[in-house]
Design a protein around this ligand. Structure first.
Ligand SMILES: *Cc1c(COP(=O)(O)O)cnc(C)c1O
Length: 430
């Protein structure tokens, strides 16, 4: 059976037999870790299912509204389901939130006022937030322009949050702290919810009124608890990442304490109108279905990431996280070492995608990013990185960040394809 499958890989995709053999061995090595992932997704599926039942989700929730979208029961039901799963008082789940950056911005602008200070606990945040903060470029109306200052504390020893420095950095001006759970475009490990729990306690001990905010992009359902279940006040993410389950066509979410979510909603629409408007245009079913599938899809992505780590490690590359390391987000970083390696990896992955397999991604400027970026994304939904995708900024040491995958089978094919492309260009030796 296996032998036949190997022949199919060779016949249809022209994969080198030795590469296929190595992939099969790598997969066997990670089976025990995959089992742990199954347990996490089983638990999270129960959590989501219970919320659907509690709020009696029915067919009528799936139809949508137009115009202002007043009293859209589908939208309201979905927000109750999200709030329940994330253990929060309130949720804002909207198609009108265009991206993760937008969702995070709503939280920053919703809470911060002139004279306030924002303190990042995990070094500089994700690239696209630099123009929001005003630390790079001149995004109109950035926080700096509004007289909101920004400070950061780098991660300390073993890439843990450097609590002594955080406590020193907090001043009476500190209104909000920002913690980015996922690594973003850095080699650092992502922050586990268990660690977030400890940090919340210590920050609140200094000043209980500080708003503790978490950028949860790529973290949802990778563990059995979410940051908002351990005292985080406000949290945001994207629906074309984990919680959209690969089905949500666009959107973002904000969850947290009622007051803070309302402050973010006032920024999304207008003060006084807040969360009460927002037409859903007949798309509610997709957001429900995506959220329902999300625990399973995240597990597929995690299994794919674990396989990738083992396979590329076996090929002699440095990877982070290591195959057996505990995972708290869906990102897998692979050090390709050269610009050619990064480009060949991404182009190879794209070649074996279901959509746009015939086009070849090139490094280019992207709105919101400083360095040139190469992005491979043969996705059904534009830019959806819960679907198999790989990207990276063209800067040393040329790290490919791989994430997503609706099925682990697709991840395996795409990643062998990436390696095959590197092999074709003499960037791998077998
Ligand atoms: C993707 C991401 C963002 C930004 O989301 P976009 O949807 O790309 O705007 C912010 N923070 C982290 C950690 C992310 O992974």
């Amino acid at each position: 059976m296996l032998l036949e499958l190997n022949n199919v890989y060779e016949r249809y995709f022209n994969f080198h037999p030795q590469l296929v053999r190595l992939a099969e061995e790598s997969e066997k090595q990670v089976y025990p870790i995959w089992e742990e992932i199954d347990q996490i997704s089983q638990f999270n599926q129960i959590k989501v299912l219970r919320a659907f039942q509690k709020y009696r989700i029915s067919d009528y929730h799936f139809s949508g509204s137009t115009g202002y979208g007043y009293g859209d029961v589908g939208r309201e039901g979905l927000e109750e389901v999200y709030a329940d799963v994330f253990g929060t008082e309130k949720a804002l789940v909207r198609l009108q939130i265009s991206s993760g950056t937008h969702a995070i911005s709503l939280c920053l602008y919703g809470i911060l006022r002139p004279g306030d200070e924002l303190l990042s606990l995990t070094g500089d945040p994700y690239d696209t937030l630099e123009e929001v903060l005003g630390t790079r470029g001149g995004g109109y109306g950035n926080l700096k322009e509004w007289g909101i200052t920004y400070k950061k504390v780098e991660l300390g020893p073993e890439d843990k949050i450097d609590m002594p420095s955080v406590i020193k950095a907090i001043t009476p001006k500190t209104r909000m702290v920002l913690l980015q759970r996922s690594r973003g475009y850095t080699w650092r490990p992502s922050i586990a919810v268990e660690e977030i729990a400890k940090v919340v306690v210590e920050v609140k001990r200094v000043n209980p009124n500080i708003v503790f905010f978490v950028d949860n992009c790529y973290g949802e359902f990778s563990q059995i608890i979410e940051p908002t279940e351990v005292g985080v006040d406000l949290m945001a993410g994207s629906l074309i990442k984990n919680p959209g389950g690969g089905i949500a066509p666009t959107g973002g979410y904000v969850v947290g304490k009622e007051k803070y979510v309302k402050m973010a909603a006032a920024r999304l629409t207008a003060p006084g109108i807040g969360e009460k408007v927002g037409a859903t245009l007949g798309l509610n079913r997709l957001l429900y279905q995506g959220f329902y599938l999300a625990p399973h899809v995240v597990a597929q992505s995690l299994k794919g990431a674990i396989f990738t780590a083992q396979f590329f490690k076996n090929l002699g590359f440095e990877v982070s996280p290591e195959p057996k390391e505990k995972r708290v987000d869906i990102i897998q970083a692979i050090k390709t070492n050269t610009p050619e390696g990064l480009v060949a990896f991404c182009q190879g992955l794209q070649k074996f995608s279901p959509v746009d397999s015939h086009v070849s991604p090139q490094p280019a400027e992207q709105p919101g990013y400083g360095d040139r970026i190469i992005m491979a994304a043969g996705a059904f939904i534009q830019g959806a990185s819960i679907e198999l995708s790989a990207d990276g900024p063209l800067r040393e040491p040329y790290i490919a960040y791989l994430q997503g995958g609706l099925t682990k089978e697709q991840v395996k094919i795409g990643v062998i394809g990436a390696a095959q492309n590197m092999l074709n260009e003499g960037l791998i030796t077998l």
